[in-house]
Design a binder for this molecule. Structure first.
Ligand code: IPE
Ligand code: IPE
Ligand code: MG
Length: 238
């Protein structure tokens, strides 16, 4: 069992952690439950995870909740996910506010049901001045789409003959202003990026765990942080 104190003295703390919250469906199937219950159990893990991250001084957490590819799932499952997000953003908002968490969103809200879109916008608005940890909810998000969007946003203000640069792309990403992504965690044993934070993960450390998302507790999180602390980050140097 890793404790907060051990983590803090062991090494650097990642400023920005990305999490691909995968394995809700399999968690439910293993228990003979409908997939929906896996998503529900998965949503309950978010708040304790944020507590664990706050305790050790993580500045920002990006959570992958719905990818642009997830539209290929059955409509009934997608509807269930919107209801769950509505529940999360309305029922947990007061608690989130009391913990000074600031919510931001990455992705396109335009195709979401109005009710879902509104609870997300309300949470962003009501937490915009909070100075605690940043919770970047990635909903209807795709890394490639984010890069294309960023370039298109820049084109709107482009001066004649001006060229695109890394800095300009960064300025129009959803994650502008957030610290560099230091650590990317994916649960459920899959070892792929699934179109998540493609630009941002250039020098992130990757930790893959077999734990299914609904079982991902403080101990699992601190284990991933411990793994991160063992890595030698060279950034191209020697
Ligand atoms: C991740 O869990 C949550 C979402 C993609 C919304 P999955 O639903 O992908 O769970 P598995 O991979 O089928 O177990
Ligand atoms: C990635 O998980 C998306 C989210 C966790 C929201 P998926 O379960 O959709 O990814 P694939 O299909 O296995 O790559
Ligand atoms: Mg999955």
């Amino acid at each position: 069992m890793k404790k907060k104190e051990d983590i803090l003295k062991n090494g650097p703390i990642p400023a920005h952690v990305g999490i691909i919250m995968d394995g809700n469906g399999r968690w439910a199937e293993k228990k003979g439950l409908p997939r929906k219950e896996g998503h529900q159990a998965g949503a309950e893990v978010i708040e304790p995870l944020l507590d664990s991250a706050m305790k050790i001084g993580v500045k920002a957490v990006s959570l992958y909740a719905f990818s642009v590819e997830n539209w290929s799932r059955p409509v009934s499952e997608i509807r269930g996910l919107w209801s769950l997000l509505e529940y999360f953003f309305s029922e947990k908002l007061e608690l989130i506010k009391s913990k000074k968490i600031r919510i931001i969103h990455s992705g396109s809200l335009s195709k979401l049901p109005p009710k879902t879109k509104n609870v997300i916008l309300k949470s962003i608005e009501e937490t915009k001045n909070n100075k605690g940890i940043i919770l970047n909810f990635c909903i209807n998000y795709g890394g490639r789409q984010e890069i294309v969007r960023s370039v298109n946003e820049w084109i709107k203000v482009r001066k004649p003959n001006e060229m695109i640069t890394e800095k300009k792309i960064g300025q129009y990403l959803y994650t502008r202003g957030l610290p560099e992504l230091d650590l990317m965690i994916r649960t459920s044993g899959e070892c792929r990026i699934s179109n998540f934070l493609l630009w941002q993960c250039a020098y992130a450390e990757f930790v893959f765990t077999d734990t299914l998302w609904p079982d991902f507790d403080e101990d699992s999180f601190y284990k991933a942080i411990g793994e991160f602390q063992k890595r030698e980050r060279r950034f191209g140097g020697i």
